[in-house]
Design a protein around this ligand. Structure first.
Ligand code: SAH
Length: 298
């Protein structure tokens, strides 16, 4: 294993925004306001019960279910051979890190082979898109090393219909990978311009299920909690309590924990019962920090 730098997937993002972009938090506030809480939405924004009512809700639920069944991720042929080579590299890492190469592991490899990473990195580093390393994106952020994206995805064990929360949308690449497992993907990015760019990129490429919100991921996304899986792609000093709170019992969270400079560990957090949480260190990693405000808004 390469020492610490080995798992140097980067985390900084490049731009992103999405199908649904909800702007929140101080740095994100120039264009829109916080979404109304569920109750006020029901009272104000939604049609009155008489106009919609249970039938309407049932129809919505049915439409959601239909989308869950029928939506399939987009396919891309450009640079497929490079992606296949990238997948071979990931497999080699996997052999050292206990992958079983069962159906679940194969599904992760298939997702990695399918998502066009070159569409998520800046033009000037496009030729390096399928190399074995993190890449710089915008605002000092990065897109993680492909193996790290694959490993974190694998650890999450997302099943169809699961609700997943990502902290740190960045380029939107990890979120796009997650759509290969479920259509319930929620992603939060603190840097407004990155959130917007990622949202647009995901929409343009056809990753419709991803909902991106600009905000501080330390607080999770309570309106859509609880989550079956949570993935943090920026390092925090400790697991943010709101994320533990918003994880379902039986749910899994993968998140780097540690100081900004120094030893960081990728942690697998499992919630066995309310208030009963197990944390396991998986490997040493290097991630960009989980911020408390948008540094571009200062
Ligand atoms: N998952 C991304 C890479 C993430 S890089 C991808 O696939 O491209 C880490 C990202 O976390 C950066 O974009 C950074 O701006 C964002 N970030 C940092 N602190 C955050 C916070 N508190 N809440 C949400 N996003 C945060």
């Amino acid at each position: 294993m390469r020492p610490e730098g080995f798992a140097r997937h980067a985390l900084r993002a490049a731009g992103a925004a999405a199908i649904l972009l909800v702007l929140m938090a101080p740095g994100c506030s120039t264009a829109a306001e916080n979404p109304p809480p569920a109750e006020s939405k029901a009272n104000a924004a939604e049609p009155p019960a008489s106009a919609k009512g249970e039938k309407g809700d049932a129809a919505d639920a049915k439409a959601d279910q239909a989308q869950e069944k029928t939506w399939t991720p987009p396919t891309f042929t450009a640079r497929r051979r490079e992606r296949d080579r990238m997948v071979e590299t990931i497999k080699n890492y996997g052999k050292h890190y206990g992958w079983r190469f069962d159906a679940a592991d194969q599904a992760v490899l298939e997702a990695m082979a399918a998502v066009p990473r070159h569409q998520f990195v800046p033009m000037k580093v496009s030729s390096l898109a399928y190399g074995d390393g993190p890449l710089p994106t915008a605002h000092g952020q990065t897109i993680s090393q492909p193996y790290m994206v694959a490993e974190m995805t694998r650890l999450l064990r997302v099943k169809p219909g699961d609700r997943v929360l990502e902290i740190g949308t960045g380029s939107g690449y990890q979120a796009a990978i997650l759509t290969h497992f479920t259509t319930e993907v929620y992603s939060i990015e603190i840097i407004k311009s990155l959130a917007e760019t990622a949202a647009k990129r995901l929409k343009r490429l056809g990753y419709d299920p991803v909902k991106v919100r600009c905000g501080d991921g330390h607080f999770g996304w309570p309106e859509h909690a609880p989550f079956d899986a949570i993935i943090g792609t920026a390092v925090a000093g400790k697991v943010p309590p709101a994320l533990i709170e918003q994880l379902k019992v039986g749910g899994r969270m993968v998140i780097p924990i540690g100081p900004r400079y120094g030893i960081q560990r990728l942690m697998l957090v499992e919630k066995d019962a309310p208030g009963l949480v197990r944390q396991r260190s998986i490997m040493l990693v290097q991630f960009v920090p989980m911020l408390h405000e948008d540094p571009t808004e200062k």
